[in-house]
Design a protein around this ligand. Sequence first.
Ligand SMILES: *[C@@H]1O[C@H](CO)[C@@H](O)[C@H](O)[C@H]1NC(C)=O
Ligand SMILES: *[C@@H]1O[C@H](CO)[C@@H](O)[C@H](O)[C@H]1NC(C)=O
Ligand SMILES: *[C@@H]1O[C@H](CO)[C@@H](O)[C@H](O)[C@H]1NC(C)=O
Ligand SMILES: *[C@@H]1O[C@H](CO)[C@@H](O)[C@H](O)[C@H]1NC(C)=O
Length: 389
Amino acid sequence: MEKSIISLIPLLFFLISLFLLVNGDLNVADFGAKGDGKTDASESFLKAWSAACASRAPTTIVVPRKRYLLGPVVFQGPCENSAITIRMDDAILVAPNYQKLGTLDSWLTFTGVQGVSIVGGYVNGQGSSLWACKNSGKNCPYGASSLAFYGSKDVGINGLTSLNSKLYHIVIHSSNNVTLQGVRIHAPEDSPNTDGIHVQSSTDVRIFSTGIKTGDDCISIGPGTRNLLIQRVACGPGHGISIGSLGKDPQEEGVQNVTVKTVVFTGTQNGLRIKSWPRPNYGFVKGVLFEQAVMKNVSNPIIIDQNYCPNNENCPNKSSGIQISQVTYKNIKGTSATAVGMKFDCSASYPCRGIRLQDIELTYQDQVAESYCKNVKGTSNGLVKPSCF
Ligand SMILES: *[C@@H]1O[C@H](CO)[C@@H](O)[C@H](O)[C@H]1NC(C)=O
Ligand SMILES: *[C@@H]1O[C@H](CO)[C@@H](O)[C@H](O)[C@H]1NC(C)=O
Ligand SMILES: *[C@@H]1O[C@H](CO)[C@@H](O)[C@H](O)[C@H]1NC(C)=O
Ligand SMILES: *[C@@H]1O[C@H](CO)[C@@H](O)[C@H](O)[C@H]1NC(C)=O
């Protein structure tokens, strides 16, 4: 008698998950996630993921409003399912310490998935002990990014808040058709390498209505990025929006068709930046529109730096192979925190060309800011102060 009941348990579980799936909702609590902030919930999340991934019906994984210690976890595709929503509302996911993440690239990793969206929620990378280790000059791990998508498509990240990542907050790599909207990112100004959003080797990525306060680049754009649209982003503190650094490795894909529109920089180290290492390379940056940016006390509001060589190490050529062309700066206004508000320090072997300036007004201490123009060709249109052409 007892035996037969026990043998029924797996069947019962199967029927329950089937029922839940027909319903379209899976709740991580039903898979054992406690949400007490202390018990590792990785297994429960992964079980919910497996069930969603195996289903062909659109599925929502519900994460109740609690605090979950989690990870590292890999949400692995490919899936039968191409419509999985992870609904977090006000749930908080908390990262383990950096020793536990070891040398992993990321804490919450999605790989090879299609049609996944994350709605709401908080991810807390608990970066402070790793930052303290790095700032003390000790030998520390490089750290793991908080949330990463690799080799994925049709992804949405909506209303997520990312706090205190150990390394980058959000990474979009080798993916396409990704929309981030209403995302908030927050880490201290002095936290090392805590880039807000890093996009690389990806096409058709859109970042809308996002606020980023962090210790490194608000958004960094790596090689192989195409058709990127950034709109309505507030950045600062942070190091600005940066294409690059590019050209660190000899073989790199170019960056093409990037639009950055309606952005505000407050007290950032840079505003709109393109930077490359002065090393031989066949990469390029082509077709960039920077439009409607407000600079509030930004150290380098407009900057192309093709001599990016920290500590002057390993840059024997002193000239970048990255060709930068067709970059438009339109309607950029505000204040610079340094005398030089516009700096084009381009490659001697591949001068910047097709740089277009239109309606620019940058001041430093109530005077027109200065420009620095090296190896740059282009045109200027309308009121442009300062200018290179
Ligand atoms: C992009 O992904 C969204 C889901 O996030 C989907 O609705 C849309 O159809 C996809 N677009 C293309 C061109 O595949
Ligand atoms: C360039 O990117 C935009 C998104 O910002 C996209 O709408 C457009 O189709 C892309 N252009 C080409 C030629 O791919
Ligand atoms: C690097 O230096 C070598 C030797 O001077 C030169 O032939 C080559 O064109 C340079 N490459 C670039 C990308 O400037
Ligand atoms: C502008 O930024 C500089 C440092 O970048 C800072 O010292 C100064 O106080 C800031 N000024 C204002 C008005 O915020």
